[in-house]
Structure formats: C-alpha cells, structure tokens
Design a protein around this ligand. Structure first.
Ligand SMILES: Nc1ncnc2c1ncn2[C@@H]1O[C@H](COP(=O)(O)OP(=O)(O)OP(=O)(O)O)[C@@H](O)[C@H]1O
Length: 259
C-alpha cells in the first residue's frame, strides 16, 4: 500500500469579487513508503496548493487524500514541512529551533537535546548549535529547517522549493546533503521544484504537471542508480529524462501562453 494516496483531487478558489480559479483538476497521485517523489510543473500550475493540501493547510473541493490509510484532515506533526522562505524562529538558537517540535510533544529536555544534536550533526552544522538564524547563510538556514522538520520524525517530509533561493553551488551541495540524510534515515519525501535537473537528481519518481488547472501530465520512474553523484548529471539516462521533461514542460508553456 502507498503511504500517500490522492484520488481525484480538485481545488477551486473563489476570491471575493473575482472569477473562480481552478488550481487543481482531478489529480490522483501515489507515493510509496520511503520513496522520494518530485512534482515539477510550470509556474502557477498548483504545485504549492498540492503540497499545502497534503500538509492539511487547504481542503480539497472534491476528492480524497489519505496518509497510511487515514484521511488527511488538518495539519499534524506526522507531516514535516520545509519551505523556500526561511521559516526559522529568529529569537531561538539553532539548537532551540531544532528542539522546538520534540519539546512541544512533551519529551524530556535531555531527549530533545539529544535529538537536536544528532540532527545538527547529520546536516553538518556541529559547532553552530548556539548560533542564531541571522548569523547563518541561506544554505545553513535551510539545513536547520531540514533538521527541524526531521526532529518530529514525520512520516512524510513535504518540501516546497526549499533550495529555490540559494545560489547554484549551494543548491547542489544541499541536494547532496538531502540525499545523504534521506538515504541514512529513509523517509518518504514529496518535493516540489521547477528545476528539472533537481527533479531528476533527487527523485525516485517525477510527476510533471500541466499548466493551470494543474493535472498530472506524466509520471515517470527515475531508475538512475543511487547514490547519484555529479557524474549522473551527464549520463545518457539523465539526458534522456531531461529531454522528455523539457519537452513536456515546453508544451505546457506554449499552451499556457495561448490561453
Ligand atoms: N488562496 C488562494 N486564493 C485564490 N487563488 C489562489 C489561492 N492559492 C492559490 N491560488 C491560485 O491557484 C493557482 C495555483 O497556485 P500555486 O501557488 O499552487 O501554484 P504553483 O505551481 O505553486 O506556482 P509557483 O511555481 O509560481 O509558485 C494560481 O493561479 C494561484 O493564483
């Protein structure tokens, strides 16, 4: 059984005094346990809406969503989120930011500290436990955000363009780090990006969305062996996937420009 199942999800927004917007139209998606699923699609196709639905921050107009067989209704600590914008608490240190979730759960202080220190080590930030977010670079802040999301030991990690604000070199390092952490801790991940290289390097599956209203246009399994390193970026398989996704995205961009 898949961990995450979305069936015939449609989302319509009715902004006051404006025409109705169909953000998602009949989207069905399966994400298997411990796999890395990536959604790519043109701007405005409903990617963030899809992630917010799974996070329990939006409700579908129609359709059903389950996580491990249980209907998704509202936010929960079993779904950890990492956004593009830096969402750390600025008044808390790195360690306190990572400890926040476990503390809220009521775990003993020593246990929270152990969890935080272990994750801070895993994301390569040992030595920065007492630093505050404003003292960190963008990449370091996203490492803390990742550690903070993992501290709740969520069943699924939901990542919305988490590396979108980073320069390309930092972005690549963060992709490598994320894969390392994911391989060591085996989590189910639903990751959103509009960067095709990023989608192929990270994903077990890549789901390409249509322009608005968003539908899943094509789902593909990325069977490039892991661990995927820099060489994978120039492999023939990589190029084939890239060509296919580029064509799909190009078709969508042309369609969107005509409507
Ligand atoms: N709360 C809302 N009220 C009205 N319209 C909304 C709301 N949230 C999203 N939309 C609309 O739904 C559509 C999909 O938005 P969404 O942010 O999910 O797209 P996206 O694919 O994540 O875009 P981008 O890649 O540019 O971030 C857009 O047309 C957007 O304007």
């Amino acid at each position: 059984m898949s961990l995450l199942a979305l069936d015939h999800i449609t989302v319509r927004f009715q902004p006051k005094g404006k025409p109705e917007v169909t953000a998602l139209d009949d989207v069905s998606l399966r994400v298997a346990h411990d796999t890395f699923a990536v959604i790519v699609g043109p701007s405005g196709c409903g990617k963030s809406t899809l992630l917010r639905l799974v996070a329990g921050l939006e409700t579908p107009t129609s359709g059903s969503m389950t996580l491990d067989g249980q209907p998704i209704a509202g936010p929960s600590a079993d779904r950890g989120m990492v956004f593009q914008s830096y969402t750390l608490f600025p008044w808390l240190s790195v360690r306190e930011n990572v400890m926040f979730g476990p503390k809220l759960k009521g775990l003993a202080k020593a246990e929270c500290e152990d969890i935080a220190d272990d994750l801070i080590r895993a994301v390569g930030l040992s030595g920065f436990e007492r630093s505050f977010p404003k003292e960190l670079s963008g990449g370091m802040r996203q490492r803390v955000a990742l550690a903070r999301a993992l501290a709740n030991d969520p069943r699924i990690l939901l990542m919305d363009e988490p590396f979108g604000a980073l320069d390309s070199q930092t972005r690549q390092l963060m992709q490598e780090l994320l894969l390392e952490v994911w391989q060591a801790r085996r989590k189910t991940v639903l990751f959103i990006t509009h960067d095709i290289d990023e989608a192929i390097i990270l994903g077990d599956s890549v789901h390409v969305m249509t322009a608005r209203p968003g539908r899943i246009k094509r789902s593909m399994s990325i069977d490039i062996p892991r661990p995927r390193n820099l060489d994978a970026l120039t492999s023939t398989e990589f190029m084939q996937f890239k060509r296919e996704i580029l064509h799909l995205m190009h078709d969508e961009a042309v369609l969107a420009a005509r409507t």
